[in-house]
Design a protein around this ligand. Structure first.
Ligand code: RB5
Length: 149
């Protein structure tokens, strides 16, 4: 799978470790930065990774900031993005099976790298189940369309 990865300044080293792990699993990683620990703004990276998914440049995305919250909220503003913040593998797995999430986010200040690897492994290896879950995603899309300016 081709995976876009993005992070803010508090998650640079964490991002490198996640990137190495994804490559060990055989995935191609496109890095949207930042590679600097100079203070920056997480919405830029959330938006850039999200846009690359909806444009079809990458298949899915992984976003990391201090908590995973700000960067995932930013990505979720892009039409067609379903980003989930996870601190454990169960939600990561179910978010693929039931919600067809296309972005996984977590916080470098919240979890350690070993737990992050477990979460990533579950998320990248789980397929969407479709069926009744697709109907619910269609309902989410309808809300998005209703509130588009
Ligand atoms: C940066 O200090 C911090 O606010 C950011 O990494 C993230 O946790 C926001 O949700």
């Amino acid at each position: 799978m081709k995976i876009g990865i993005g992070n803010d300044h508090v998650a640079v080293d964490f991002k490198y470790k996640v990137k190495d792990y994804l490559e060990e699993l055989g995935h191609e990683v496109v890095d949207f930065g930042t590679d600097s620990e100079e203070r920056t703004d997480y919405p830029k990276y959330g938006k850039n990774v999200a846009e690359s998914i909806v444009k079809g440049e990458v298949d899915k995305g992984i976003l990391i900031c201090g908590t995973g919250v700000g960067i995932s909220l930013s990505a979720n503003k892009v039409k067609g993005i379903r980003a989930v913040v996870c601190s454990e593998p169960y939600t990561a797995k179910l978010s693929r099976q039931h919600n067809n999430t296309n972005i996984l986010a977590f916080g470098s200040r919240v979890i350690g790298i070993d737990l992050a690897k477990m979460i990533v492994n579950e998320w990248v290896s789980t397929e969407f189940e479709g069926g009744r879950h697709q109907n619910r995603i269609n309902m989410i899309d309808d809300i998005e369309t209703e509130y588009l300016c």
